[in-house]
Design a protein around this ligand. Structure first.
Ligand SMILES: [Cu+2]
Length: 159
């Protein structure tokens, strides 16, 4: 019910904003949770397919999100929400922050941000509307906001 109201609200915002603001659609639908209980736009995470698995890894002194590039092809993919599985395979806490680097300073940008304990796994559900309308280009970047030297990664979207 709450989600439906939110959808109606954003729909109205878009209608009122019209063509004057190309990116008027708010990115409000991103949800972080566990596989068993998480849901996004009314759909349980457990009923969705995982689009990508991402891992925080430490290789000696090197900290990285792996893999560094993930491609999601929306031309062949059904129109369900995107589900990412993020796991910290390292021995220290690491952050996961995903956003659109091109317009990361605008309030409407798509943003998902969590901190993972060592060994912890979380799921991130993203409505496809957020992937399409809250990003300017075809690239989303994910990085660790706890460690500036921690190597980042990208999701490339084929729209
Ligand atoms: Cu880190």
């Amino acid at each position: 019910m709450g989600k439906t109201m939110l959808g109606v609200f954003f729909g109205l915002m878009l209608a009122v904003g019209g063509a004057s603001t190309a990116f008027a659609l708010q990115a409000g639908g991103v949800e972080v949770g566990d596989l068993a209980t998480g849901r996004v736009v009314g759909q349980l995470f457990s009923e969705l397919d995982v689009d990508a698995e991402l891992f925080a890894v430490e290789i000696g002194a090197l900290k990285s999100w792996y893999p560094s590039v993930t491609v999601i092809d929306f031309k062949v993919r059904p129109g369900r929400p995107v589900l990412l599985k993020v796991t910290n395979n390292a021995t220290a806490e690491h952050g996961f922050e995903m956003t659109d680097a091109t317009n990361s300073l605008t309030p409407t940008v798509m943003n998902a941000k969590i901190v993972l304990k060592p060994g912890e796994t979380k799921y991130i559900g993203i409505p496809t509307s957020d992937m399409f309308y809250a990003t300017q280009g075809n690239t989303l970047t994910y990085r660790c906001h706890l460690h500036p030297a921690h190597l980042s990664g990208k999701i490339l979207m084929i729209k």
